[in-house]
Design a protein around this ligand. Structure first.
Ligand SMILES: [Zn+2]
Length: 684
């Protein structure tokens, strides 16, 4: 007998992943074994039943699917956060198997007819709302998997899915490799004037870790951002900007080495083909088939309306910035690498406030317990750290959530700092979801919360910027949505089955507490003295809240319009289509055009490799909901427990059982209103 495979043991016994025991060689055999037994199960379920029911068909398939999901989740997660060549190979070798399996299920006519039979049966009306929604979503997804297509086209659909899964993985790899490949080693301190102590110490620590003297700057976000925001040396800022904004492209210091250009063209062409196969005009329409927004026109007019409202403000902000750079610093040709730098200077000049001023008040040791205290007051839940749980890295901690009755509601891994071999950005992913097992036991939801925030320096705790604290709250909001669900059917529990353009509601909603004095007193205290943020400093920070809010709003709209129109207006084999579309969108909405070598799109994983293709607008779309939901707390008190409970029961606990609009209206008592978003952004 061969030794046991920890991935199989884990998914069969439904235990937490034994991360340190999972090796690349376990991955493919475990996947193959589960897929094979799932195939056998499906066959026997279809054969042995005459009258299909939830119990004899859908429940066992949901369980089988969940088993596969729980096995794959740690693999895919480790591939993102502790990447290695061996794991990458194992991961990539499995992608075609996964894609094949999922299309095969989606194109199984017998299975589709069985779903339809249950839907048409008298039993359907007796099922609960979650079960009905799962069946309805299932029927929709059969069509989106090509169930209606002729055999030849079905085959083509399968091929495209396979290719897309490889291409999106390649895209991510290129971004990660390009990010890791470049760094700037500096031994002459005079080049580093302007950088705050914390940034210098971070760069020194990075150098020491590589046995270098001096300072090492990387393209990991905290390092990059510190340089472009604070370094007085313009050439250094430009060099960092150029390296960062050309990652994985045909430009910049590593031009052509990890170039995503072809990958992106192929992804677009294949998504277009898939949409056409399914009878949609383009991929944007395909994307909306599962979203809250109904038509492309609705999305476009929403974005263009917002652009129109924020443009005057953004123009004013830019004029102010250029005038300031000229008057105070004699700079007349403000460039992309000057904008964050003079932005910081202008903020300091206008509000006497810099992000650096508040960092000492946001030590990790206060922020994280404080964040837990905030949700305790809102939802009555208690969060405790649990030691002795196996994780993938020593910096990762594990927590559990219990409610007022001490019932275990969820568990999560928190992986906070930026480090090598870890994909950039911040995200929440699920390790497992909530569901009632066949034996009556309950599977507890488990989440991964991943950020790339500033590391601790020496013996001090990590000190975060306010922006970083906000990011943490954002991901925690996603996590709560996943973990506080009360739905017991996996297909619509937590974030499963939630329309993508509503998924950012709970996350953006949480960010609001980072701006409230009463909440800040829970999450902020000076790391040396324990003092809360002084009133004067808080007032400055608050006054600067909407500093350059118009420019920020326009930037998000630029990304959203670029993404949506790129998929909506796609023309096959049009040369330089992507760059042209980006240029066009910029010329219409942006106030500041970046240099022509800028290849931002080559690292825009959200829309090429992630789930936001023709869906990046979701952030703004959901922000209308999150801002308006928060406005009820503004009316009733930000820690009003009744309102907190209402949000918990109307939104967080509901998962994907109901349409997001229905949930929102239940909470707010009316349809969403855009005023709160405009007011919060200072645009109203
Ligand atoms: Zn989010």
């Amino acid at each position: 007998m061969s030794t046991e495979n920890p991935l199989l043991t884990m998914s069969e016994k439904s235990i937490l992943p034994p991360f340190r025991h999972i090796s690349p060689e376990h991955v493919q055999p475990a996947l193959e074994s589960i897929i094979e037994s799932n195939r056998k199960l499906l066959k026997s379920l279809l054969k042995n039943n005459k009258q299909y029911t939830w119990e004899n068909l859908i429940q066992p398939l949901e369980d089988a699917d969940d088993c596969l999901g729980r096995m794959w989740s740690p693999v895919s997660h480790m591939n993102s956060v502790v990447n290695s060549d061996e794991l990458r190979d194992a991961y990539n070798n499995c992608l075609p198997l996964l894609s094949e399996y999922s299309t095969e299920m989606g194109q199984n006519v017998e299975l589709y007819q069985a779903y339809q039979a249950i839907k048409d049966s008298a039993e359907f009306k007796k099922l609960d709302q979650a079960q009905q929604k799962i069946i309805n979503n299932g029927l929709r997804d059969f069509h989106l998997s090509g169930i209606d297509l002729a055999e030849e086209k079905k085959k083509r659909f399968r091929e495209i899915r396979q290719q897309l899964s490889k291409l999106t993985s390649k895209y991510e790899e290129n971004v990660l490799d390009a990010t890791q490949a470049w760094s700037k080693h500096i031994t002459d301190e005079s080049l580093l004037v302007g950088l705050p102590e914390s940034a210098l110490a971070m760069a020194q620590q990075a150098a020491q870790a590589k046995d270098l003297t001096g300072w090492l700057f990387t393209l990991n976000f905290p390092s990059y951002y510190a340089v472009v925001s604070y370094a007085d040396n313009r050439e250094l800022r430009e060099e960092m900007y150029q390296a960062y904004s050309t990652r994985a492209s045909d430009q910049g210091p590593n031009a052509g080495k990890w170039d995503n250009s072809d990958v992106m063209n192929d992804i677009l062409a294949l998504r277009y083909e898939v949409a056409q196969l399914l009878g949609f005009k383009n991929y944007a329409e395909r994307s909306l088939a599962t979203k809250m927004a109904e038509t492309p026109e609705q999305v476009l007019s929403f974005l263009q309306g917002l652009a129109k409202r924020s443009q005057p403000m953004a123009k004013k902000e830019l004029t102010e910035l250029t005038a300031f750079a000229k008057k105070e610093h004699g700079v007349t040709d403000i460039a992309a690498w000057d904008v964050p730098y003079y932005g910081e200077k202008l903020r300091k000049h206008t509000f006497d406030f810099s992000e650096e001023d508040v960092k000492p008040y946001f030590p990790e040791t206060k922020v994280i317990p404080g964040m837990f205290a905030v949700v305790k007051r809102l939802y009555g839940i208690t969060i405790n750290k649990v030691d002795e749980i196996e994780t993938w890295h020593d910096d990762v901690h594990f927590y559990e959530i219990r409610d007022e009755k001490n019932v275990l509601r969820g568990q999560f891994y928190l992986d906070v700092y930026a480090r090598d071999k870890k994909r950039g950005g911040a995200w929440m992913d699920d390790c497992q979801g909530r569901k009632r097992n066949a034996d009556g036991s309950l599977q507890i939801p488990v989440a991964y919360l991943t950020c790339n925030l500033t590391q601790p320096l020496g013996d001090d705790p990590a000190l975060f910027t306010h922006d970083e604290v906000t990011t943490l709250f954002h991901e925690f909001g996603h996590g709560l949505h996943h973990m506080l669900t009360q739905v017991e059917h996996i297909g619509v529990s937590g974030i499963n089955g939630v329309a993508w353009d509503a998924v950012e509601l709970p996350s953006q909603f949480m960010e609001n507490w980072c701006w409230e004095r009463e909440a800040l007193d829970l999450i902020a205290a000076h790391y040396q003295t324990g003092e809360p943020i002084p009133e004067a400093l808080f007032n400055k920070m608050y006054a600067a809240k909407n500093f350059q809010a118009g420019m920020q709003m326009l930037r998000q709209i630029e990304f959203s319009l670029f993404d949506f129109r790129m998929y909506l207006e796609y023309i096959p084999e049009s040369k330089d289509y992507i760059q042209k579309m980006l240029d066009e969108v910029r010329s219409e909405v942006s106030v500041l055009i970046p240099p022509s070598y800028n290849r931002f799109q080559h690292g825009f994983s959200h829309i090429f490799a992630g789930g936001y293709a023709a869906g990046y607008y979701s952030y703004k779309w959901a922000e209308v909901l999150s801002a308006d939901a928060f406005s009820l707390f503004e009316e009733k008190g930000i820690f009003d427990s009744e309102t907190g409970e209402a949000f918990l029961s109307c939104v967080l606990e509901q998962g994907g059982t109901k349409e997001p609009m229905e949930l929102f209206k239940k909470f707010r008592g009316r349809e969403p209103d855009i005023d709160a978003l405009l007011r919060h952004s200072g645009i109203a």
